[in-house]
Design a protein. Structure first.
Length: 129
């Protein structure tokens, strides 16, 4: 992903068919200052055929975080991958509803998968683990 005149574009470097699930757990709130951390973690998840973003640890996200999600969703669609948001907290769920992002993003309440072959990334305050 890279910023271009206020826009976020995800550079798609994944070549060929790549299988597997990548689970991204967001364990902190996100605003404009965290935009680059989100971009980095989404780029790391590029090769997965299924990406699950667990929002249960995120109680606040501003529009810049949603802008990153939209760009990542578009990049996933372009390469035939599936993006699913799971367990958003009430404030985040309300923002998804108000912005109508819940109309085109898959949002569900079930827990993120924890399979052995899955790749897991965790974003905490100030870090990517």
């Amino acid at each position: 992903m890279r910023a271009v005149r206020g826009e976020i574009r995800l550079k798609n470097d994944a070549a060929g068919d790549v299988a597997g699930t990548c689970v991204i757990r967001l364990l902190c709130d996100f605003d404009m200052a965290d935009r680059h951390r989100l971009i980095d973690v989404f780029c790391t998840a590029q090769g997965a055929s299924d990406v699950v973003v667990d929002l249960s640890g995120c109680s606040y996200a501003d529009f810049s975080a949603f802008e990153c999600l939209i760009a990542f969703h578009q990049a996933c669609q372009e390469r035939g991958a599936r993006l699913t948001l799971v367990r958003p907290r009430d404030a985040v769920r309300e923002l998804l509803r108000v912005t109508r992002m819940d109309q085109f993003l898959d949002v569900c309440e079930q827990e993120a998968p924890s399979g052995r072959g899955d790749r897991h990334l965790t974003v905490q305050a100030g870090s990517l683990a």
